[in-house]
Design a binder for this molecule. Structure first.
Ligand code: ADP
Length: 485
């Protein structure tokens, strides 16, 4: 019988709370500890960004250590512990000692290809220096997708990672690590990848493609998204490769770190609440309205949204639908998000049309994110696509009813409420199918109507709060996959 997996190495560009821009950070902050709790020996490797407080880390002196690349960059190594996992931070003063993970106010850093090629090579150098020999090497998104490709050609001198089975998780297929074709040399990959059957992608190169072609298994973060990405609508040009590799493609739903996201013990909230004691939720609502500078409410509902302001998040249908309900009804809307300037301006213009009813908090704030989840009555997520989505899972836990488009992980986690079917006893939110302002508006109106019936609404809140999306279940899913490889 094959030996059960006991040693796993995660390599990623975000790990909450050390470095996070979105759901990727949350997943890397909670899946590795969940696997460690199942008894696995888990190592996490991420770049030594400037923003990470290195006080709790030890700087290792491993002698001169270089990541082979087009240029020989020296690697700095720090070691620490997080959630029962050993963490290594790999840095270089020129490439990582600057504010921001991938970009600054001028846009994406021009040297991201060099930065993440360096990082992938540095992981191999680290494994040699410390003789780290995991059975599974689990990489995430384009930033680390080069690693399985580098190892697959045996182009580096032998390393302890050579025997590991590689797993690539796609957290969002729209982000593919696209760079100019002329910079292929910076990847340091073997020339066999320098063509259309390699990492060439419509006249550029794609780092994600390197991982899609070479990792032993590919996973994504919900069963529905695993199906969707094999279609031209959601495949972003990778649907062919993904269809070819469908026997190695798995959809494992993300989980929630309930130690961080639970209204019973959330330090960001002014008062704890639970399914059996809903009343104190109002205190969070009051705090939220105050922060947003909106007038207090009596019985009017508060609608919240937390997320990146990008094309994906459905803002093109959100704005017309909200314009309509805001002109019809006395409600409050609070949106927390930063993102593409086009969408930031669009949201700002909308707030200008409905003063005293809607507020855009155009910042990144963990506190406000928690307060929106706790203090809102409904959470808006009309995404065009959603690989898994964590915000709706947090909302459910806080009795904040999600209004979502039926896609990807939203489809897999929110049960639509419909008054005339059996689902009225199962509904945990409101879901609409086709992407249009009218459909979103209908779902909103339906939710606002049901909200007026306090008894039905509270029953739905309690049902939502009792849903269990804890990591343990997902961790077992990954463990089963690891053992099968
Ligand atoms: P995505 O990964 O597409 O960004 P998810 O719903 O999976 O979407 O995860 C979003 C995560 O990022 C959540 O933890 C959410 O609270 C957080 N987040 C997004 N925007 C902000 C913001 N402006 N301030 C604080 N947290 C944010």
């Amino acid at each position: 019988m094959a030996r059960a997996i006991s040693k796993v190495m995660f390599v990623a560009s975000e790990v909450s709370p050390l470095a996070k821009t979105g759901g990727l950070g949350d997943v890397l902050g909670s899946l590795p500890p969940a696997l460690a709790r199942l008894g696995l020996n888990v190592t996490l490797v991420l770049p030594a960004y400037q923003q990470i407080n290195k006080q709790n880390f030890t700087r290792l002196d491993l002698g001169p250590l270089y990541a082979w690349s087009a240029l020989d960059w020296e690697i700095e190594v720090w070691q620490g512990i997080l959630g029962g996992c050993t963490v290594y931070l790999l840095g270089n003063p020129i490439l990582f000692d600057r504010p921001g993970l991938y970009s600054d106010h001028n846009g994406d850093f021009g040297d991201n290809l060099a930065r993440f090629s360096f990082f992938c090579r540095a992981v191999i150098a680290l494994s040699k220096a410390l003789e780290l020999n995991p059975q599974i090497l689990h990489v995430h998104d384009w930033q680390t997708a080069l690693l399985p490709a580098i190892l697959s050609t045996g182009a580096t001198a032998p390393s302890p990672l050579d025997n590991a089975a590689t797993v690539l998780t796609i957290h969002n297929l729209a982000y593919q690590g696209i760079f100019p074709y002329k910079d292929f040399f910076l990847t340091g990959l073997h020339q066999e990848f320098n063509n259309i059957n390699g990492i060439e992608y419509w006249g550029n190169i794609s780092l994600l493609k390197a991982g899609l072609l070479t990792s032993h298994a590919i996973t994504t973060v919900s069963p529905s998204y695993a199906q969707e990405i094999k279609t031209s609508q959601f495949g972003y040009g990778m649907e062919g490769i993904l269809a070819d590799r469908q026997d190695d493609l798995y959809g494992i739903l993300n989980g929630v770190d309930y130690a961080v996201w639970s209204p019973e013990h959330d330090p960001w909230l002014p008062a704890a609440f639970s399914a059996d004691n809903l009343q104190p939720k109002k205190t969070s609502s009051q705090r939220l309205l105050k922060i947003a500078g909106l007038p207090p409410v009596d019985k009017q509902p508060i609608l919240g949204m937390v997320g990146r302001l990008t094309y994906q998040k459905g803002l093109d249908i959100l704005v017309p639908a909200l314009d309509t309900v805001l002109s019809e009804q006395d409600i409050r809307v609070i949106i927390l998000g930063t993102g593409e300037p086009h969408y930031e301006h669009m949201m700002q213009a909308m707030t200008g049309r409905h003063p005293n009813k809607i507020c855009l908090l155009n910042e990144f704030s963990e506190e406000v994110a928690h307060l929106i989840q706790a203090g809102s009555d409904m959470l808006l997520m009309p995404s065009i696509y959603e690989p898994c989505g964590l915000s709706q899972l947090y909302a459910l836990r806080y009795g904040t009813i999600p209004i979502v488009r039926n896609t990807g992980g939203l489809h897999d986690t929110v049960h639509n409420y419909s008054p005339d079917t059996r689902s009225s006893r199962q509904g945990t939110g409101f879901a609409f199918d086709d992407y249009s302002p009218e459909n979103f508006l209908n779902a909103l109106r339906q939710a606002l109507k049901v909200y007026k019936n306090g008894k039905i609404w509270q029953a739905m809140m309690r049902r939502a709060m009792k849903q269990d999306f804890s990591w343990q279940k997902s961790a077992y899913g990954y463990l089963a996959l690891y053992n099968s490889l």
